[in-house]
Design a protein around this ligand. Structure first.
Ligand code: ADP
Length: 420
């Protein structure tokens, strides 16, 4: 605006006195200092008294030279002590010829100090955020550190073969997941360790008992009992019985060994269940009746012909019947039934024995697992059901259990009836 006014009144540029008068007048209406310079940049008038020495000369002010070349310039100066701005505008006559320059310098300390306050505020906010961030990071790190340390410690103890108590689930979800996995691993290892101990104790017991009986019989024979024909025959029969009783134990162990190393071979043959099943049951019926158990068998005459490995399935049924006879008390009931459903045959072995608690019903299929109730029965390795289930599954069928501690247990073998 000043440049436009001066361009309309070019005499201001020709007379330094007029320039001085104009500058002092205009200085009253604006905040900053005003400079009027000739077309070469020589100072004609200035409201700032510190520039009075420069009158007639070209003052050393940034941006002036560009203005003299016809370019309007605005330059801001920042320093620790002072902040200000200088604006120069060239003044042109009607022919667009440069006839002078006007300048305004303004002290921007107040604005700068507002910016300074703002800067300090931002700095403080950033520092507080940084501090909070560090505190938060430390708290989070601590929250992670505690559970991670307990997991590391537990894994170390497991590796050293120690039993560990379940670790408390704490910390973020991912860490809780890790703790759950470690707890599961530890509990599986515990079960395996218990099973291993149980197995050793069982094997020692199962082999030790008949061996003891055989040794005593041999001892009695040596002492002269062999002289008496009847006593000798009885003792030899006893020895034979014990040796025969050892056989299933070895069979179970051999079978399990085969299954663990993945060697279940099924040799299928077409078997008519209605004729095949009844003779298979005869020895078990005798064993049940011997123990005073009521025996019932329902084998319909129209069961289909199925493709099965008869040796393996007779082992399955034998394992189920041997358990039923073993766990059912005198005067109890044992029932074997067979059914032909839509696309499967079903063989059920039910008893009125002690039953199996719901939380143990999956576990009884694990190798060497014997239920709490079964521990009262000395004989058994906890392998029969494991073997039975693996054999049924190898036939494409399934072995199911329904049991409660009041009524007893029912084991059901499902076999597909399709001839492949
Ligand atoms: P074992 O009879 O040698 O212990 P099994 O694998 O045949 O091993 O059975 C595993 C466990 O399942 C047994 O220890 C017993 O606790 C339970 N069980 C199996 N059959 C019966 C049954 N008919 N009645 C009650 N419990 C049974």
């Amino acid at each position: 605006m000043i440049a436009e006014f001066v361009s309309d009144q070019p005499e201001i540029l020709e007379d330094p006195e007029m320039a001085t008068t104009y500058v002092s007048r205009i200085h009253l209406t604006i905040q900053g200092d005003v400079l009027i310079l000739g077309s070469g940049g020589n100072l004609l008038a200035a409201s700032d008294p510190t520039l009075s020495d420069d009158l007639g000369q070209i003052p050393d002010i940034d941006g002036l030279l560009q203005a003299v070349e016809g370019q309007p310039t605005v330059i801001l100066h920042y320093s620790w002590t002072q902040t200000g701005g200088t604006a120069f505008a060239p003044v042109a006559d009607v022919n667009e010829q440069l006839i002078g320059v006007v300048g305004v310098t303004e002290n921007l300390d107040a604005t700068a100090s507002q910016f300074g306050d703002l800067r300090r505020l931002i700095l403080v906010a950033v520092l507080i955020a940084l501090l909070l961030g560090i505190v938060l990071a430390l708290v989070l790190a601590r929250r992670l550190e505690v559970p991670i340390l307990s997991v590391t410690e537990a894994v170390g103890e497991i590796a050293a073969g120690q039993r560990i108590e379940p670790i408390t689930e704490e910390g973020p979800e991912e860490i809780q997941e890790l703790i759950r996995s470690v707890n599961l691993l530890a509990s599986n290892l515990r079960s395996m360790e218990d099973a291993r101990r149980g197995l050793l104790a069982n094997i020692v017991h199962e082999i030790g008992r008949p061996l003891g009986a055989i040794r005593s019989a041999l001892h009695v024979l040596r002492q002269g009992a062999a002289e008496d024909q009847a006593t000798r025959d009885e003792l030899l029969r006893g020895i034979e019985d014990e040796v025969i009783r050892l056989q299933p134990l070895l069979d179970d162990l051999a079978q399990l060994h085969g299954q663990v190393t993945g060697r279940i071979t099924i040799t299928r043959a077409p078997i008519s269940l209605s004729t095949w099943l009844p003779p298979l049951l005869i020895p078990w019926r005798a064993a049940a009746l011997d123990k005073g158990i009521h025996w019932q068998a329902h084998i319909p005459s129209d069961l289909p012909v199925v493709e099965i490995d008869p040796d393996r399935i007779s082992q399955v049924i034998g394992n189920l019947l041997s358990n039923a006879v073993k766990y059912t008390p005198e005067d109890g009931d044992l029932q074997v039934s067979a059914f032909h459903d839509e696309d499967a045959v079903r063989i059920e072995v039910s008893d009125t024995g002690p039953g199996i608690a719901v939380d143990e019903q999956d576990k009884v299929f694990e190798p060497f697992y014997r239920s709490q109730a079964a521990r009262r029965f000395p004989q058994g390795l906890g392998l029969g059901l494991t073997i039975a289930r693996d054999l049924v599954e190898a036939h494409g069928g399934r072995l199911e259990i329904a049991s409660d501690e009041k009524t007893g247990s029912t084991f059901t073998v499902w076999l597909p009836d399709t001839l492949d």
